[in-house]
Design a protein around this ligand. Sequence first.
Ligand SMILES: NC(=O)c1ccc[n+]([C@@H]2O[C@H](COP(=O)([O-])OP(=O)(O)OC[C@H]3O[C@@H](n4cnc5c(N)ncnc54)[C@H](OP(=O)(O)O)[C@@H]3O)[C@@H](O)[C@H]2O)c1
Length: 337
Amino acid sequence: MKAVVLQEINQTVSIQEVETPQAGAGEVIVQLKAAALNHRDVFVQQGKYPGIKLPVILGSDGAGIVLEVGEGVSEEWLGKEVIVNPSQNWGADDRFYSKNFKILGMPDNGTFAEYLKVEAKYLTPKPSHLSFEAAAALPLGGVTAWRALMSRAAMKAGDRVLVTGIGGGVALLVLQFAVAAGAEVWVTSGSDEKIAKAVELGAKGGVNYKDPNWAKNLIAATGGDRSGYFEVIIDSAGGPGFAKLIDVATAGASICFFGGTTGNITDIIPGKVFFKQLNIYGSTMGTEAEFADMVRFIEEKQIQPVIDEIVPLEDAEAALRRMDSGTQFGKIVLKIG
Ligand SMILES: NC(=O)c1ccc[n+]([C@@H]2O[C@H](COP(=O)([O-])OP(=O)(O)OC[C@H]3O[C@@H](n4cnc5c(N)ncnc54)[C@H](OP(=O)(O)O)[C@@H]3O)[C@@H](O)[C@H]2O)c1
């Protein structure tokens, strides 16, 4: 089969002819129709991820058709249109994953290929309102967004929610989930154009984080006061800007972050956190139940993930560079076959 293989750290990926996998006990083979990029794929390529094993077929997000079932797997799966849960071996404790936890696409071969071998328990029927390309845009970002917003920060209808760096794949899904669940949502971005697009998706407004006064500008735009405005803040940038999230949070707010795109968090004044009784959470991926809840919500609300562009599998390297540049708004999808 054709697959996008990373052979060495800091090297370009290449399309290679590799052995087509076969389903073992409990496994299936999915003929992939579409895959999508996550920043994780870029980080793996750059060696910025623990425990990298090479060579590897990148890709955590995929959707396709079940072609083969292994021993012990119901034949009813054959021919079904599916999406794949990339959050695997979570284990019994909802609070934290087991030591065997892994994310599809390293160390196991991922979705940038014509065929994928995966345990049948990670299949979910593709929501019928989504194309393969839209369905592929969902899994990793969707489960990360869902756990951060709904389980960890426990957003409720009517909450005032801030989502930072709205051009990000996960951030956009947080925005869509929060709007659909009845929140008042504001965003930040390094691009005024992306803020305008977020408003089209239901955000009330936003500010550009490149302006050093962005936090003050944001509070002014919301009509809030110096004590803050947001009950829920979802961030993946971390870095020095995180301290300002404390300023715009209202008393008793929950701040949840799942990434550190801009580096270490610095200069947090402890008193601002404890006098405001803030809750600060870290979050990563999600449980199987959270994945199922997320897909149900997408179906119920008929949400369409935002796609920046769809390119052929052969253009995976260019797609990775585009993701690295941060110019995209929404998911970059690879069409397969
Ligand atoms: N823990 C987990 O389970 C998990 C899961 C998925 C992702 N992540 C992490 O979360 C981060 C985002 O992942 P992704 O796949 O959504 O990446 P992505 O699509 O490449 O998004 C990155 C976004 O970061 C934003 N950004 C850059 N500088 C910023 C700043 N100073 N302040 C606020 N936002 C800033 C940009 O937003 P604008 O374009 O709007 O400026 C950019 O679009 C990565 O660090 C990734 O590793 C973690």
